[in-house]
Write a protein that binds this ligand. Structure first.
Ligand SMILES: NC(=O)c1ccc[n+]([C@@H]2O[C@H](COP(=O)([O-])OP(=O)(O)OC[C@H]3O[C@@H](n4cnc5c(N)ncnc54)[C@H](OP(=O)(O)O)[C@@H]3O)[C@@H](O)[C@H]2O)c1
Length: 295
């Protein structure tokens, strides 16, 4: 029997990931702010606890898959957080998309207590999480990364390491998400251009995805944007807006002008202002259609 692992955050991503850990034979102690979401996991043998602090065992591993920096801070350093519970030898495996700043803060907190922070954000949507097809980027102390490797192997199809700095993998993740939103905006503009010239959106999307843009982002998001299926959300637009904020913050800190990121940030803001926070983040494509007089 594998060791017990703590798991915090059972949203669109966390729930299928936790299921896969149970299937792989890990004993799980889980916490979710809304406990009802843990019911199915509890039926399959996970232990549901009432506070984030209760998922941690001294020297153990705790995974977080929560929404954003505020949530991560609450479940670690908040009144009921597990930040003091991990203890010497413990590892916080931080898989949410969060800021470099909170990664550095948590890494320093754990280092002072003999524990470790391993950044392990992921690429792949909930269906990829369910199919154990996530791509994982890691950074942090070497020994801790080696210890959590079997856990990550149970969650994804590949691990790419970016060294010791706690924030490095998070920078890679937000840079990757910037590329995805850029591709979504570009596809929405291209498909809308075609549509207004009497060409079916699905036809141009399919041709490009089979030929010069034959890669998962263009194939999967291209289909959604061509079909304009912006709900239900696999990745909520509110979280996409959060990621654009993380990109612009990181760009500002490092003094990297990213004019296209600023434009995409405005697209997200506009979508939020129109009440689209809970649509999929592909709904940035709706604004492209609206601007072209199609909606
Ligand atoms: N969805 C994707 O395709 C995808 C892909 C790669 C990475 N990510 C990243 O993965 C993370 C999770 O995404 P998701 O799509 O699973 O989000 P989600 O469905 O919105 O779930 C968010 C989780 O965070 C918890 N949470 C939010 N605020 C909290 C707080 N203040 N205190 C404690 N818990 C809190 C939620 O608890 P409740 O259930 O109580 O609301 C829920 O468990 C995010 O950082 C996201 O950017 C998502």
């Amino acid at each position: 029997m594998s060791e017990a692992v703590g798991f915090v955050g059972l949203g669109h991503m966390g729930l299928p990931m936790a299921h896969n850990l149970l299937r792989a034979g890990y004993r799980l102690r889980v916490y979710n702010r809304t406990p009802a979401k843990a019911a199915a996991l509890a039926e399959q043998g996970a232990e549901l606890v009432g506070r984030p602090a209760d998922v941690a065992a001294p020297g153990g591993i705790v995974i977080t898959m929560v929404a954003n920096d505020q949530a991560l801070e609450a479940v670690t350093l908040g009144a009921d957080g597990f930040g003091e519970q991990l203890g010497p030898g413990g590892v916080h495996l931080s898989m949410s998309t969060v800021s470099p700043a909170i990664a550095q803060r948590l890494a320093a907190h754990y280092q002072a207590r003999g524990a470790a922070y391993v950044a392990a954000p992921v690429f792949g949507r909930p269906d990829a999480a369910a199919a154990r097809k996530l791509w994982v980027c890691t950074s942090g102390p070497q020994a801790a990364k080696e210890r959590v490797r079997p856990v990550l192997d149970a969650l994804g199809q590949g691990i790419f390491d970016f060294g010791a700095a706690p924030e490095a993998a998070h920078v890679v993740k937000v840079a990757g998400n910037f590329l995805i939103v850029s591709a979504m905006e570009a596809m929405a503009e291209a498909f809308t251009l075609a549509e207004k010239h009497g060409i079916e959106r699905g036809q141009i999307a399919s041709m490009l995805a089979q030929t010069i843009f034959a890669c998962p982002i263009y194939q999967n998001y291209g289909k959604m944007i061509a079909e304009e299926t912006y709900a239900p959300a696999g990745f909520r637009l509110a979280l996409g807006a959060k990621d654009l904020n993380l990109v612009l913050d990181a760009a500002s800190t490092a003094r990297v002008p990213m004019p296209f990121a600023s434009l995409l940030h405005d697209r997200m803001l506009s979508a939020l202002a129109k009440g689209r926070a809970d649509m999929d983040w592909t709904a940035v494509g709706l604004a492209v259609s609206e601007d072209a007089g199609l909606k």
